[in-house]
Each structure stands twice: as structure tokens, then as C-alpha cells.
Design a protein around this ligand. Structure first.
Ligand code: DCP
Ligand code: CA
Ligand code: CA
Length: 366
């Protein structure tokens, strides 16, 4: 059988890089993107920061006041999160990725697996060039930089990617897997959090190599069959999970600004029609059916609202989106007297045609 060749792409300091993209003057300064809780001007937490800010010890999740203190005297820039903007950039990159892979699986706003085995004919040599090409293409088209890990499966690709950032490109061939994983701490494996790594530590399992040498029956005794077998396989870099667009818990949406503020249904639906057509194209290309349709509206006072409806039977046609969006907007305009400035549509609750093999294949590799 030919090697699988799987890539994991993870965008570098993503929210902060997006902010740099729309304002290049930020590039040399520490940039911190945060969620402001609104209590006081300073309360809230850091979502992410660029690498300039990280040099001074700023980290994701840190209280904003602490980040401010660490960057005192610098020309640091603090910005509130703008998910809508980051989502748009993410969507554009994911769309480009789709063109490069037989299968693409988006795992978060800034991460995706690409199955490129056919494209590189199973060769890791070629995969390196191919990864470089994807990076160059995205940089040209969108202006965003990211890191790529390449391996024989998702598990290895992910850890490879994490090992070199930003602008990293790390290739781990099947022959190198054991040597690569062995010295790493166990928490680098998906599913090994604080509690489990403490438990492993008490068994004198500190590295992935320690885990690989540990008796599998004992592992099963401690963690149960499912987890025990998973850890055993993971420690050896074995992972059969296919790269596939899961769709679940994801959504496809578009947002646009109206030519002028409006409370007129027909005028609003004109804009909505182009957004819907765009969404439909993506839904169709991914072969998805959806169960939820939602609308989004930003009013003239800049407040925003969403409304959604769950449809009885999963649908996959444009007409269903249009029909539901119309009903939702009709109702919404009746309830709210304010004019609208921006409008959006989103579908979610996806199902695919094929059955999901994920759970079945995960634990059957020895
Ligand atoms: N994020 C967040 N809160 C956190 C962690 C992350 O809001 N505690 C958001 C902001 C990040 C994005 O998710 O930009 C992606 O998270 P990553 O962990 O991939 O971190 P970055 O992309 O920011 O940095 P890196 O270059 O390390 O990937
Ligand atoms: Ca990232
Ligand atoms: Ca990430």
C-alpha cells in the first residue's frame, strides 16, 4: 500500500496576523488581540498576540492588565477580537486548500488537515515542494502565513506542525516517526491533559517513548480499553483516522454590507440573494445537507442580532435557504423598527451522504 501523506496547516498568530494584514503599520509593534469583558477598560483576556509581544511574555488566556504591564513603555497595540473578519480570511484560505487536496478537514478557524497522498504520489520529497507551493500561493492570494506539518497520518502531522512555528515546514517520514515522537513529553499527544499526564507521571511515563515501551495490558488496566489502546497506538505514531470534512458543529455563512441602511424587505433580500448563492455553492461543493438556517443583522445603532430556524428534514437546495431566510427576515423586521446596516446568512447542522467511519477505524491499528 502507498504511504498516506497528510498535512496539518495552522495559521501563525492568527487573529493578530489578520490585524496586521489590514494594518501593516502594526507589524513591528507588539500586537495583542483580546476579548474585553466590558466591566472596566482593562478587564478581559488575551486571545492571541503577535510574536513581537510574545517575546515579552504575553500569552493566550492571560488577563489583559497583565499583558499591558508586560508591554509597558512599548508602542503596544491592543485590539478587540473581530471574529467576522477572521472568519472571512479563514474561509478564503480554506477554499484555496480545497483545491490542493483530495480531502480537506477544517478543525478550527485556523487549522485544517489536507490529504495530499494522490497529489504527491505518496512521496514525502514531493510533499515538501507541494507544501511550499501552497504556502506561497496563500501568501500571494491572501497575505497570510502559516506553518505546515507533514506526516503519514493526522496525529504525526499535528505534532510535526506544532514543533516549528511560525512559518514552519516540518516533514516527518514514516521512518522518522519513532525517533521524532519518542523524546517528546506525553502531553503533546491529543487527549493527554493535566490529569492524565499526572497519572502517567506516577507510572513513570514521561515521554512518548516511555509510553510506547509501557505494557499495553497495564495501560488498559489503568485507563480502560478504549483509552489504553488509543494511548498505545498514539505513542507509536499509529493513527488511521481519515481526513474528512466533518461538517458537524461547523457552519457556512456570509455577511455583507447593504448599499444603504434599510428596513425594506425586498431591498434586503436582494443583497441576501448573492450571499445565499455563495453559501449554496460551498454547500454543494462539499456535498453537505444542513438542518439550520440563520440570519444575522447589524442595526444602524451597531447592535447585532441573530435569528435561526431548524428545519425538519435535512436539506441541500438553495430554495430552502432562500425560503427560510425570507421568513426569518420578515419576522425580524416586524419585531425591530431599526434600519439594518449589515446582513448575513448562515447554514449549519451538517450531515454528509457517506456514513462516518471515524469512530470505527480509530482503534483498529496495532
Ligand atoms: N485563541 C483564543 N483564545 C485562546 C487561544 C486561541 O481566542 N486561549 C484564538 C486566537 C488565535 C486562534 O484562536 O489566533 C488560533 O489559536 P492558536 O492556538 O493556533 O494560536 P495562534 O494562531 O494565535 O498562534 P500560533 O502561531 O502559536 O499558532
Ligand atoms: Ca495558529
Ligand atoms: Ca490552531
Amino acid at each position: 500500500m502507498r504511504n498516506r501523506v497528510v498535512m496539518l496547516a495552522d495559521f501563525d498568530y492568527f487573529f493578530a496576523q489578520c490585524e496586521e494584514l489590514r494594518n501593516p503599520a502594526l507589524k513591528d509593534k507588539p500586537v495583542v488581540v483580546g476579548v474585553y469583558s466590558g466591566r472596566t477598560e482593562e478587564s478581559g483576556a488575551v486571545s492571541t498576540s503577535n510574536y513581537v509581544a510574545r517575546k515579552f511574555g504575553v500569552k493566550s488566556g492571560m488577563p489583559l492588565f497583565l499583558a499591558k504591564r508586560k508591554l509597558e513603555g512599548m508602542e503596544a497595540v491592543f485590539l478587540p477580537v473581530d471574529h467576522e473578519y477572521y472568519d472571512q480570511i479563514s474561509d478564503r484560505i480554506m477554499q484555496i486548500f480545497r483545491g490542493y487536496a483530495s480531502n480537506m478537514e477544517q478543525v478550527s478557524v485556523d487549522e485544517a488537515y489536507l490529504d495530499v497522498m494522490d497529489q504527491v504520489e505518496g512521496s514525502f520529497e514531493k510533499a515538501k515542494e507541494y507544501a511550499q507551493k501552497i504556502k506561497t500561493d496563500v501568501r500571494k492570494q491572501v497575505g497570510i502565513c502559516f506553518s505546515i506539518g507533514v506526516g503519514p497520518n493526522k496525529l504525526v502531522a499535528k505534532i510535526a506542525c506544532d514543533s516549528q512555528k511560525p512559518d514552519g515546514l516540518t516533514i516527518i517520514t514514516p521512518d522518522e516517526v519513532e525517533r521524532f515522537l519518542s523524546p517528546l513529553p506525553v502531553y503533546r499527544l491529543l487527549g493527554v491533559g493535566k490529569k492524565i499526564s499526572t497519572k502517567m507521571d506516577s507510572l513513570n511515563i514521561k515521554t512518548i517513548g516511555d509510553l510506547a515501551k509501557f505494557d499495553v495490558q497495564k495501560l488498559i488496566g489503568v485507563f480502560g480499553k478504549t483509552l489504553g489502546l488509543y494511548f498505545y497506538n498514539a505513542s507509536k505514531g499509529n493513527d488511521n483516522e481519515p481526513v474528512q470534512e466533518t461538517g458537524e458543529a461547523q457552519s457556512i455563512g456570509r455577511i455583507g454590507t447593504l448599499k444603504q441602511d434599510s428596513h425594506n424587505l425586498d431591498f434586503i433580500l436582494q443583497k441576501i440573494d448573492t450571499l445565499t448563492a455563495d453559501i449554496f455553492k460551498e454547500v454543494q461543493s462539499k456535498n453537505l445537507s444542513f438542518k439550520q438556517v440563520a440570519i444575522y443583522a447589524v442595526m444602524t445603532d451597531l447592535s447585532s442580532k441573530t435569528r435561526s430556524v431548524t428545519i425538519e428534514q435535512a436539506a441541500k437546495d438553495q430554495e430552502t435557504i432562500k425560503k427560510n431566510v425570507k421568513v426569518l427576515f420578515e419576522k425580524f423586521l416586524n419585531e425591530s423598527p431599526l434600519g439594518l446596516r449589515r446582513v448575513g446568512v448562515k447554514v449549519s447542522g451538517f450531515t454528509r451522504e457517506e456514513p462516518n467511519q471515524k469512530q470505527l477505524t480509530l482503534f483498529f491499528q496495532g
